[in-house]
Design a binder for this molecule. Structure first.
Ligand code: SF4
Length: 400
């Protein structure tokens, strides 16, 4: 019913590193060539854990945007914006909060994990409990059809879908819906109307998902329908409600995991990260001093790549022949660790060269980034306002 659209955001809580690049950004860069994408800086989300240190947010916001552009996010293909510049996210969050059961938020698995992982922070706050709901508002406000996520985020998407369903169920009903829907069916023309009714029956009586998909595709092609009739006919297919919010689909990220220099998760706070735009000498020094298989004390000792974090870098950065050279050379003590690390150093520097080049104009003239984001904020706000118009109307708040 609404155009396919991808929405995703990142929290600005520090500079970006190669773990972010391989874990998420590369996927965004691929997606932007396939579908319209909206990528946002989740600055309000950063406040859920950094409410006592907000200074880092402003700096990280602009650094992160330069990193995105450096990595290859193309503002002519994607919309880049800042969450807090589209205040309708907060309005939708508030309105959704009225009907969201507390238990839905408390059972999101990452909620408990985060509280345990960040035990040095007091996260027993209203904002932190509500962040999956703010995430839901971030996505639902754009009627996004797809959200790129890792496996651990799947429960969040499931909750977004439940929230959209609940909203449509509570607020999608209208007086005389059945009558209005049947009138809308007639507007399809007799041939299409017959097909619509047949497919609706097949879906509702026999549970045939293909019938639902076929009917939806037919409605997508029926250009002459008004938005209201379209919402009614989509809703009538599945029940007796208008579909105001769209249930997004999770799009599982095919990402290679790049660990930190010590083999743990790459994180600036662990001191094991390589920044996205780290300079060459520093990259070289960091890799050269990376720990290796602890059992390989002398050059003449054979090693085991499975116990070495450098091998995990080879798995991301090296081709098959190089990987075979590593395994053979390491297990037979045929190569030294310094020798083994060199192809990784070369590959990272090669990967980062175009990033440094793309970042330079934005570093020379920061107003370029400001302008890209100002345009993106306008595009996002326009879409958000369209949804909020329907949401306010459905909730009985459109009075003057
Ligand atoms: S040769 Fe390579 S894989 Fe083997 S221990 Fe040294 S750095 Fe690690």
């Amino acid at each position: 019913m609404y155009p396919d659209r991808v929405v995703s955001g990142m929290r600005p809580t520090g500079s970006m590193h190669l773990g972010h690049y391989h874990g998420a950004l590369k996927n965004w860069i691929r997606l932007q060539t396939e579908l319209p994408c909206l990528f946002f800086v989740a600055d309000w989300h950063a406040l859920t854990t950094h409410y006592d240190d907000p200074g880092v947010i402003e700096r990280s916001t602009w650094d992160m945007l330069v990193d995105w552009l450096a990595a290859g996010i193309d503002p002519s293909q994607s919309t880049l914006f800042i969450q807090s510049r589209v205040p309708e996210h907060a309005e939708l969050h508030l309105l959704l909060s009225m009907a969201t059961p507390l238990g839905w938020l408390e059972r999101v698995p990452t909620y408990k994990d985060q509280i345990d992982n960040l035990s040095n922070k007091d996260l027993a706050t209203y904002g932190f409990l509500g962040y999956p709901l703010l995430q839901a508002a971030d996505v639902l406000i754009y009627r996004a059809s797809q959200v790129p996520v890792g496996e651990d985020q799947l429960p969040h998407i499931e909750m977004m879908r439940e929230i959209a369903r609940r909203f449509n169920h509570l607020y999608g009903k209208e007086k005389g819906f059945e009558e209005k829907a049947q009138k809308a069916v007639k507007k399809l023309g007799s041939k299409r109307a017959r097909l619509y009714n047949e497919l609706r029956t097949e879906y509702q009586q026999d549970g045939k998902d293909e019938a639902l998909e076929q009917a939806k595709a037919m409605l997508d092609d029926a250009q002459s329908l008004s938005l209201g009739d379209r919402e009614r006919l989509f809703g009538y297919l599945e029940g007796s409600r208008k579909l105001i919010l769209v249930e997004p689909q999770a799009r599982l990220t095919e990402a290679s995991r790049l660990p930190g220099l010590d083999g743990r998760k790459m994180s600036k706070s662990y001191g094991n990260a390589i920044a996205l735009r780290e300079d060459k000498d520093s990259v070289s020094k960091k890799i050269k001093t990376m720990p290796t298989d602890p059992a390989r004390v002398r050059r003449s000792d054979a090693g085991d790549p499975a116990r070495c974090p450098v091998w995990q870098f080879h798995q991301v950065y090296s081709d098959k022949p190089t990987q075979e050279w590593v395994v053979k050379g390491c297990t037979s003590a045929g190569i030294g660790c310094i020798e083994c690390k060199q192809p990784v150093i070369d590959a990272i520097i090669k990967e980062q060269e175009p990033m440094h080049e793309r970042a330079q104009p934005y570093l020379d003239d920061p107003s370029l980034v400001r302008a890209i984001v100002a345009d993106g904020n306008d595009v996002a706000r326009k879409l958000a306002l369209e949804t909020m118009r329907d949401v306010r109307e459905a909730m009985g708040l459109a009075y003057t």
